[in-house]
Write a protein that binds this ligand. Structure first.
Ligand SMILES: [Zn+2]
Length: 505
């Protein structure tokens, strides 16, 4: 498509906020993120993501060859955590306004958003950002956003954006592809085609752990949604949502775009009905830490590949502190052999290991530094097996070419159990942090991971089996257990579960 006379602004602002996590997400968390690219402004926004599996990189792949003049807006993302501070949101939103004003006039805007950000003073920051953008560009300039699959996609976001396209995979292996899809829609809209749109909100919350798109029922829903795309329907999205957000519009949504009004509406209705019918299937087995370790030890006797334990509730990708020790204690208690757990966020233990040196022993408490859940650090005389500087490039299918700067890291061993610790928090989405510390995951018998679902992209292909473990952590699997105050009345708090508000609340 030839857009050589058009000006298109491109940027991104991403955060997934777990409002039940005590730790606030500050401006510094965006400016200096360790597990992703730090806050970027200016021409670098258009250059530094090349070849990385992220939506802005995909969007730029499509927009560059159109000949459009591309104008940078800020790009920033921070590790999932608690409420974004008012200061952080307002400062960054202010940068968007400033840079967009400089870029005007524009004929189109591409935004890479997450969709599940919550700020201290605002339940729908993405809606707020879209409103600011809209007020600058006016009603007729197309504004198109890519969204995470965990977006709590609000009616306001839907109203303000001309189109939104969400990832269709969890683990998110299609981030760049989603950016490409959104940019194609933006190109068409910028060249004058008018998009119809439709939106439905789903009446029940879906636990993160069961949203995996390689498992049922999501696998079939995404496949069917993709089949609905034709010459009349341009885009179909289903965001099962991020349930650990105490906001009115929390939960799943379906939204479609197209060139024909009836077909676009019918596509949204069809996906919505599939999601309603799938309600009983969003469930699965959870193991206690002791059960999981016992079962993994038993199965690993006859397996040639590792058994994976997903420490699903302490998933730092959903706001977990990545330092709870329920599973580590169970591994030590049962004297597991050939076991590794990671990545635990523990700057203090990493520092102590570096001060001690490789091959020596250090008596230090590992984990539980965030002090949540009444846990205490696990004190042992650990052997310092390996040290690392935490700088690496990921190679797995999801984090392709992501650069990590996790600060000093160490591999500590007690008996047959190794613990990987890092200075900055990271979800175990890629094998690289383990390889960095000399651990070859496929050679282990038991690999315990701080992750809900994303680990599956890079670890499941090398594993015998996956057991999902219910150990302490901020990403409570069952949303009914969360102290919600602000959901919309009538929303079912889990599949087939009670509605909000609970009568005894
Ligand atoms: Zn996500």
């Amino acid at each position: 498509m030839n857009l050589h006379d058009k000006r298109i602004a491109v940027g991104g602002f991403l955060h997934e906020t777990n409002t039940f996590q005590q730790q606030r997400t500050t401006y510094a968390d965006f400016a200096e993120a360790g597990d992703r690219t730090p806050l970027t402004r200016g021409p670098q926004v258009l250059e530094r993501f090349s070849g990385v599996n992220t939506s802005i990189a995909g969007a730029l792949d499509v927009l560059r060859p159109t000949g459009a003049t591309l104008l940078p807006l800020p790009w920033t993302s921070a590790t999932p955590s608690g409420y974004v501070t008012e200061d952080a949101f307002e400062r960054i939103a202010g940068m968007f306004v400033e840079d967009l004003r400089t870029a005007l006039p524009v004929h189109g805007v591409f935004l890479s958003l997450h969709g599940a950000m919550v700020a201290e003073h605002c339940e729908d920051p993405e809606g707020e950002l879209l409103a600011s953008v809209r007020s600058l560009v006016g009603p007729n300039v197309p504004v198109v956003a890519s969204l995470d699959l965990h977006s709590n996609t609000t009616p306001r976001m839907f109203e303000l954006a001309d189109a939104m396209v969400a990832y269709t995979t969890y683990p998110h292996v299609d981030m760049a592809e989603t950016g490409r899809k959104a940019a194609r829609l933006l190109s068409l809209a910028t060249s004058g085609r008018r998009l119809e749109k439709a939106y439905r909100q789903v009446p029940y919350l879906i636990p993160l752990t069961w949203q995996c798109s390689t498992l049922e029922p999501s696998r079939s829903i995404y496949a069917a949604a993709a089949r609905l795309i034709d010459e009349r329907v341009a885009s179909t999205s289903y965001t099962p949502g991020f349930p650990a957000a105490d906001i009115r519009e929390c939960g799943a949504a379906v939204f479609t775009y197209g060139w024909d009004r009836d077909a676009t509406q019918a596509a949204a209705e069809s996906i919505y009905r599939m999601v309603l019918e799938a309600e009983p299937q969003y469930a699965g087995r959870l193991y206690s830490p002791n059960e999981a370790v016992r079962e993994a030890m038993r199965r690993s006797q006859s397996a040639s590949r590792p058994i994976l334990l997903a420490d699903t509730q302490d998933n730092p990708g959903a706001g977990g502190s990545a330092d709870t020790v329920g599973l580590l204690e169970a591994l030590l208690r049962q004297r597991a052999q050939g076991a590794v757990i990671g990545v635990l966020h523990d700057a203090e233990a990493a520092r102590a290991a570096h001060a001690t040196g490789r091959g020596r022993t250090v008596t230090v408490g590992v984990g539980a530094k965030s002090g949540a859940w009444g846990e205490r650090p696990v004190v042992r005389s650990w052997t310092v097996e390996r040290l690392g500087d935490g700088r690496m490039t990921c190679r797995g299918p999801m984090m392709t070419n992501w650069q990590l700067a996790l600060g000093p890291m160490a591999l500590l061993r007690f008996g047959g159990v190794c613990v990987a610790v890092s200075t900055k928090k990271v979800q175990a989405m890629d094998q690289e942090p383990f390889l960095h510390l000399g651990v070859e995951p496929r050679a282990e018998r038991i690999v315990a991971l701080k992750s809900s679902v994303h680990f599956r992209a890079h670890f499941e292909p090398i594993a015998e089996d996956v057991l999902v473990v219910e150990s302490p952590g901020a990403m409570i699997v069952d949303p009914v257990m969360l102290p919600f105050k602000r959901l919309r009345p009538g929303l079912r708090m889990r599949p087939l579960g009670p509605t909000f508000p609970l009568v005894n609340q």
